[in-house]
Design a protein around this ligand. Structure first.
Ligand SMILES: Cc1ncc(COP(=O)(O)O)c(C=O)c1O
Length: 396
């Protein structure tokens, strides 16, 4: 089947951070943009149709969240993740990152400890530090090419008085999809030390066939202080529309979060976000299934290419997400040299691993949610830069 995902859609001139923001981030626009976590693919037709229909109505007034939107979300969580969510547990939020910040404010006080598990998506750090909380790091362990959690150390962090764990599940950038046994261990520690948990499950729908995402909440009990962030943004490539949901079974946590959103007057949204959110969850499933096939092929394509042509770069085999974590330590460069090499010599714009904190040094994050010929061109650029064909350096 020829895939619509092969189509190259020009994104320049759309105020795209990934494309139009290259010069600002990399110091040059002459890099293939494989960084920011959005996809270069068209959103599902169900979404573009719903947006076009809404745009055709020429009044764009204040909007609330209709019942049908909650139904679409609870239906998706039930059907896709076997998770029954009650409507009154849902707190709508502008995005997952604002939700991380709000959760830190709602669940902890100034100076209290919040645990993060680096290397991890960078706003996890700033959600803690910009709010005057204490960053408590429980680094992931890398053994034989696979990341695991250090539960003994996590327990020490909790015992040391940390009040909240920010869990990334599936994990960006290392691509782990946490197994039930690992999640159970987290819950055990949280119960023992009365630790609240924010489980960021924004990548939950983007999981490869060999793994299965377990919503932490499906293992939790009524007394666990668990907040889960979910969104259609990564799944259906609509992150620019900025809408997500927090699932908060505990009424006290829910009230605290609502107060924070109300205090900023961000409890409402816009008509386009609502239309896209609902249409994606109702009509996007077949598109998602095709996307997952395409992403898996891209992932395997990168893995094969690296093994064959670039043995100095090792793929940490991801179980989920379209973000590949590349172990570049075999290239023998420090972080500044790596950045310089990929940007200036290869012309490939990836996120430096070091920006994900401890344990990220020597790594790069590659976004594979682009047409395969773009990914292939990026790999060839890297190979040419490392091993220039002939006496002269290859030009791009
Ligand atoms: C783990 C994680 N959480 C949150 C986000 C962003 O969420 P939002 O755009 O809804 O703020 C990302 C984007 O890369 C992410 O990887």
């Amino acid at each position: 089947m020829s895939s619509g995902f092969d189509r190259k859609i020009p994104r320049g001139g759309t105020a795209s951070v990934k494309h139009d923001g290259r010069a600002a981030y990399f110091g040059t626009a002459d890099v293939l943009p494989l960084w920011v976590a959005d996809m270069d693919f068209a959103a599902p037709e169900a979404v573009t149709r719903a947006l076009a229909e809404r745009a055709a109505h020429p009044v764009y007034g204040y909007s609330f969240y209709p019942d049908s939107l909650y139904d679409a979300l609870t239906g998706w969580l039930k059907n896709r993740h076997g998770w029954t969510v009650q409507r009154d547990w849902i707190v709508m939020a502008p995005g997952v990152v604002p939700s991380l910040f709000a959760t830190v404010m709602a669940c902890t006080r100034q100076g209290e400890g919040v645990i993060v598990q680096p290397p991890v998506y960078h706003p996890f750090f700033s959600a803690v530090t910009t709010n005057g909380r204490r960053l408590v790091e429980n680094p992931l362990r890398l053994e034989n090419g696979r990341y695991t959690m250090d539960f003994d150390h996590l327990e020490q962090c909790a015992a040391g008085g940390a009040r909240l764990l920010l869990l990334c599940s599936p994990h960006n950038p290392v691509g782990r999809v946490w197994r039930s046994a690992e999640l159970e261990e987290i819950l055990r520690i949280a119960r023992r030390y009365d630790l609240a948990i924010l489980s960021d499950e924004v990548h939950a729908d983007l999981v490869y066939p060999e793994a299965r995402h377990t919503a932490l909440a499906t293992l939790a009990g009524a007394h666990d202080r668990l907040i889960t962030a979910v969104a259609p943004s990564k799944t259906f490539n609509i992150p620019g529309l900025g809408l997500s949901s927090l699932i908060v079974p505990d009424p006290a946590q829910r009230d605290a979060l609502r107060k924070i959103f109300d205090s900023l007057h961000v409890a409402n949204t816009n008509p386009f976000s609502i239309a896209a959110f609902e249409a994606a969850y109702r009509g996007g499933e077949a598109w998602l299934d095709s996307l997952l096939v395409y992403l898996r092929e891209n992932r395997d394509f990168v893995g094969d290419y690296l093994r064959t042509h670039l043995p100095g770069i090792r793929l940490i085999q991801p179980e989920g997400t379209y973000l590949l974590w590349l172990d570049c330590r075999g290239l023998g460069m420090n972080d500044a040299e790596l950045r310089e090499f990929f940007v200036r010599q290869a012309g490939v714009g990836m996120n430096p691993g070091i920006s994900f904190g401890q344990g990220g040094s020597g790594f790069m994050r590659l976004n594979i949610a682009s047409p395969r010929n773009v990914i292939s061109a990026a790999l060839q650029r890297i190979a040419n830069a490392l091993h220039p064909p002939g006496p002269a350096r290859a030009t791009r």
